[in-house]
Write a protein that binds this ligand. Structure first.
Ligand code: LMR
Length: 395
């Protein structure tokens, strides 16, 4: 059966991270995968998470399955974190949620429910988008279209082209938007631009789907949710995929949530039942550990304020790294890197060609994606000069 089975090429992100791990050069720098690294090059466990975990271990009395929708205190905490209390009360009874294995699981469950509601529907994704969006959406039968988004010439969002492209999205279509910290570009919409997209959704009738995997790593927890909330205030139906990988550092615990905002209580019951059924046919029920910990952090006042302070200092450190990196790149190359300081979250394109990205890997053991996407949060005082020198040497 497997004799003719093709061997697939490595994943465009995980494959390069593996290549970097295998590189014997002690000076290598890994700017590939979107994981927050601290000054010592370690992906830290939040103190609030460690404290919650300790309490959980002391108190836990069972490892019985969670129900397919997951751990209710976690779902409640995530609904208010992402949707916000104002929209939750305005849309009372119209929001359903299922806990999922990470943000990826949330996109997949969202896609499954959308495919049940509108088989073969078109999903418009930004050009470019996170590469994994494509298989997550089209493997359930949804049809991918793209809309213009990032302009490499101006190093920013080409909003006019985005609006022009989205004029083709009609009722029955889905438009996938990045809630904040656009992956891979770091170029985000302004609150005014979110309102324009929300007005288009209301007028044209397309359904927004929002991937918000980086809430809290751009401008802060509330500011990063502006897009989500603007859309919920403007249109009856919104699908949201949220993740606790980055903002709670729960990467390997696979903790996320799919949220469905519906036009009425019956539709909310329908989305909840469809999402549970999709979970059952794909993986049955979510892993418990991360969801319970996140639920404790979100709902306990002391853990919550400890977490928010840690997240906010992480966010400020990324902003500081962006400023320093910009200054050093400009000094080394004489070119304008102002966009690096303006962009949000972990990612930015450096504007290198594919050949230059490969050259910098081969000659300097500096690992970035072929698109020249880097994870800014992997820079630190110990590697930034080396990164700047390597980029200057190849470009
Ligand atoms: C990334 O884009 O690097 C992250 O979202 C991690 C992943 O799974 O690709």
């Amino acid at each position: 059966m497997f004799e003719e089975l093709p061997v697939l090429p490595p994943d465009s992100i995980l494959g390069l991270a593996a290549e970097c791990r295998a590189d014997p050069n002690p000076e290598k720098v890994d700017l590939t995968i979107g994981i927050y690294m601290d000054e010592s090059g370690n992906c830290p466990v939040f103190k609030a998470v460690s404290n919650a975990q300790r309490q959980l271990i002391e108190q836990e009395t069972t490892k019985a399955y969670l129900p397919p929708q997951g751990y209710q205190p976690f779902l409640d905490g995530m609904m208010s974190l992402v949707v916000g209390s104002e929209q939750l009360s305005a849309r009372s009874g119209q929001v359903s949620a299922v806990q999922t294995p990470g943000g990826c699981g949330a996109i997949r469950i969202g896609a499954e429910v959308l495919q049940s509601a509108a088989p073969g529907a078109r999903v418009w994704v930004s050009d470019p988008t996170w590469p994994v969006h494509l298989p997550l959406l089209n493997s359930v039968g949804l049809h991918i279209e793209t809309y213009a988004y990032y302009d490499p010439a101006t190093k920013g969002v080409n909003f006019d082209a985005m609006v022009e492209g989205l004029k083709a999205a009609v009722a029955g279509d889905i438009v996938l938007l990045h809630g904040c910290c656009h992956n891979p570009s770091g170029a985000d919409l302004t609150p005014q631009q979110w309102q324009v997209i929300a007005d288009m959704a209301a007028k044209q009738g397309f359904t927004p789907m929002i991937d918000i995997a980086y809430q809290g790593l751009g401008d802060g927890l509330e500011a990063d949710a502006v897009g989500v909330r603007t859309l919920i205030a403007s249109v009856p139906e919104v699908v949201i995929a949220a993740s606790c990988s980055k903002n709670l550092g729960l990467y390997r615990e696979r903790t996320g949530v799919a949220l469905f905002v519906s036009g009425d209580a019956r539709s909310a019951e329908a989305t909840a039942s469809q999402a549970k059924s999709a979970a059952r046919r794909v993986y049955s029920m979510p892993p418990a550990h991360g969801g319970i910990i996140a639920g404790m952090v979100l709902n306990d006042a002391a853990l919550r304020s400890e977490w928010e302070a840690e997240l906010s200092s992480m966010c400020q450190r990324i902003q500081g790294l962006r400023t320093t990196f910009r200054e050093q790149l400009e000094a080394a190359t004489g070119r304008d890197f102002a966009f690096i300081a303006k962009e949000k979250g972990m990612f930015s394109f450096l504007g290198l060609t594919r050949e230059q990205a490969q050259q910098v890997r081969k000659e300097h053991s500096l690992y970035m994606l072929d698109s020249s996407r880097i994870n800014v949060a992997s820079l630190n005082a110990g590697n930034i000069e080396r990164v700047v020198a390597a980029v200057a040497a190849v470009s």
